[in-house]
Each structure stands twice: as C-alpha cells, then as structure tokens.
Design a protein around this ligand. Structure first.
Ligand SMILES: Nc1ncnc2c1ncn2[C@@H]1O[C@H](COP(=O)(O)OP(=O)(O)O)[C@@H](O)[C@H]1O
Ligand SMILES: [Mg+2]
Length: 351
C-alpha cells in the first residue's frame, strides 16, 4: 500500500494509521462520498476460508448500532487483490496509543467515563445482540471526539479462532493479545464466552491505570491469581512510582473480580461489573447520607452558623423597623389631633 494510491477506484490512501494482527490500517478519502474512512487491509496470508469468515463477521458487525461502538461500513474484495474492511475513522487514535503520546498512565477520574461507555457498548452487544467482542484491549478503545470513546473491531476476530482447527496456536499467537486472553481462551482458543470479555476488560483497566499487566507472564502466572491476595492496582502503582490520585477500593475490588481464574467468580455480566464500579442506586443513596469528615463538618457548621445569624439579624431589623414605623404612625396621629384641638375655632355667624 502506498500513500495517494487509489483502492477500488474509490478510496485515496492518505496516511498509514497503524499495523495490527490482520494487516495495515489506513486513513483514506472516500472519493464517492467525499468523507474520511479507515481502511483495514487484510494480510495476504488470509486464505479463502478465513476471508469468508471475515466477510461474515463484517456483516454481523454492521448490525451493531450503538453510540460507543465504531461503525463498520463494508467489506471489499478485489479480483487477485487484497481484501479490506472500511470503517468509521477515529481521529483521536486509541487509548493504547496514549502511551506513545507520552501518557504512561491514566487516573481513575480520567478513565471512568470512558470505561462506563465501554460497559454500555458491551452490555448492548452481549445482552441485545448475543455478540462477544473477544479482543478487548486499550488498542481497540478509540477516542472519537471530546469525552467519548468507541469500541472497535467488534466481532472481527470472534469466530476466526473457532473455525480454525490445527492452526489455533497461530491465531492465538498472532491475532489475539495473550495478556488479555482469559485462562479459558489460553487453554482453548475455540472458547467464545462473554465472561472472557469481562476478564479482558479487567486487564484493560489494570493496564491503563498501572502501565503494567496484572500477570507479567500470563502462561506462567495465571494459576497463582487469587483476587483476595493479589497486588491491587493501588499497590502496583506505588511499586511503579505512580502517585497522584488514589484508586477507589471499589475499583480495586471490581477489577480483581474480573481477573478471577474461575469464570463463575467473575462479575456475572458487564452490567454487574458496572454496578461494582459505581455502586447501585441504593448504595449511592446511602453514600449521600454518610456523615461528613470532621474537618468538613466544622466548615459546614461554621458556614451554617454564619448564615443563621445573618437571617436572625435581618428578621430582627425588619421587626424593629416595623415597630418604629407603627410608633411613628401613632405619634403622628396623636400629634395631629392635639394641633387640631389647639387651633381657635372660627365661629360662623349667620348674617
Ligand atoms: N478506525 C480507526 N480509526 C483510527 N485509527 C485506527 C482505526 N482502526 C485502527 N486504527 C489504528 O491502527 C492500529 C492497528 O489497528 P488494528 O489492525 O485493529 O490492530 P490492533 O487493534 O491490534 O492495534 C491501531 O492501533 C490504531 O492506532
Ligand atoms: Mg484494532
């Protein structure tokens, strides 16, 4: 692929955006619709059968319609040429690319909205469409404008591993990112279950908040993972010298639960995971009534005292003003009557 070359008489290649397991991704101008798109070219080593799987998956991905899922437009093939998938272009790049732009680690306050958006996208896919992503990782969470992210590559590799037989090892090695693969996927690449997405989301958050993976060598360390005894994200940050904002206990717990070896110990759904992160509505209501720490209580008491004293002063001033007004009115009336009685009466004499 070359800059400025034209693909399928329609797409002018503008810039290479990156390389992934399936091939190169280019920013292109759709000359027909006069719009920018991302074109993912599939490496030539994909055979007929694999290309057919990708065509089917593109069809499936096109059915997803959600504000936090990147839109897939079309699947293109060329006689004797490379196949490509056209999709929405995300100008902000991915959360994975932030590291190369000098942001080694994110804070919970920066990440939380984005993660909640990813949770909404995944809940929609799992519960309403019955689709598993299978490749959740920071590089597939795209920044698409102010405060908004979109999940990319939905289902694009979901069934590829399942349909391959003896070559499954190659698929795991080349196209799935091992650190994000749950123990079940490492054992069996055919495994496609939404609880693997829950696991991968846990690793994704861990990576973005600590700049490290929960397990340094997934194959070696998986089985020692015990959510109750593992280094929490807070401890890992300390170990790596990242200070700044503390990580809420809720987040440490929710992420550790995602990483459980046994899928039945993980949050039962993305919805449940989201509730662990932010608390359900009754817990949030309880949090509101939690007593304030002494320093804040003192401040509130002080400002409350000042306010009530001000109110008392205003009321007292108003009452005093009213009394003075009434007294003054009475004085005026009495005074007028006295003056009236002291004026000599003119006697009207009949002529
Ligand atoms: N739709 C897109 N818009 C903008 N950049 C993209 C898009 N899709 C992919 N990229 C970029 O191309 C790179 C390679 O993408 P991909 O082939 O999906 O591999 P991976 O997901 O493993 O990074 C990504 O890391 C990202 O920077
Ligand atoms: Mg990708």
């Amino acid at each position: 692929m070359q800059e400025q070359s034209i693909y399928l008489d329609r797409y002018q290649l503008l810039r290479l955006l990156g390389r992934g397991g399936m091939g190169e991704v280019w920013l292109a101008r759709d000359l027909e619709l006069e719009a920018e798109v991302a074109l993912k070219f599939l490496v030539s080593s994909f055979d007929e059968k694999e290309t057919e799987i990708l065509r089917r998956e593109t069809k499936q991905a096109r059915k997803l319609s959600h504000p936090h899922i990147l839109s897939v437009y079309d699947f293109h093939t060329q006689v004797d040429g490379v196949a490509a998938i056209s999709m929405e272009y995300a100008p902000g790049g991915s959360l994975g690319n932030l590291v190369s732009r000098g942001v080694p680690v994110l804070e919970v306050s920066e990440l939380s909205n984005w993660i909640l958006q990813v949770c909404d996208a995944l809940s929609y896919a799992h519960e309403e469409c019955g689709l598993v992503h299978r490749d959740i990782k920071p590089h597939n969470i795209m920044l698409s404008g102010f405060e908004s992210v979109k999940l990319a590559d939905f289902g694009l590799s979901a069934q590829l591993a399942m349909s391959l037989d003896s070559e499954s090892e190659r698929v795991i090695g080349n196209r799935l990112t091992l650190h994000y693969a749950s123990p079940q996927v490492v054992w069996n690449p055919y495994e496609s279950h939404y609880l693997n997405d829950v696991y991968a989301l846990g690793v994704t958050i861990f990576k973005l908040l600590t700049a490290t993976y929960p397990f340094k060598d997934p194959r070696a360390d998986f089985w020692s993972w015990d959510p109750d005894n593992l280094l929490s994200m807070s401890e890992r940050r300390k170990e790596n010298g990242f200070g700044c904002e503390p990580i809420p206990r809720r987040w440490n717990y929710a992420v550790a639960k995602c990483l459980a070896e046994d899928p039945s110990d993980r949050p039962a759904s993305i919805r449940e995971f989201k509730e662990l992160l932010i608390g359900d509505s009754s817990e949030r209501a309880a949090e509101i009534s939690v007593p304030l720490p002494p320093s804040q209580r003192e401040k509130t008491a002080k400002s409350g005292g000042l306010l009530s004293r001000l109110v008392v002063f205003v009321i007292a001033a108003a009452v005093t003003g009213l009394l003075v007004g009434i007294l003054w009115g009475l004085f005026e009336i009495v005074n007028r009557e006295e003056v009236a009685s002291s004026v000599p009466r003119t006697e009207i004499v009949e002529p």
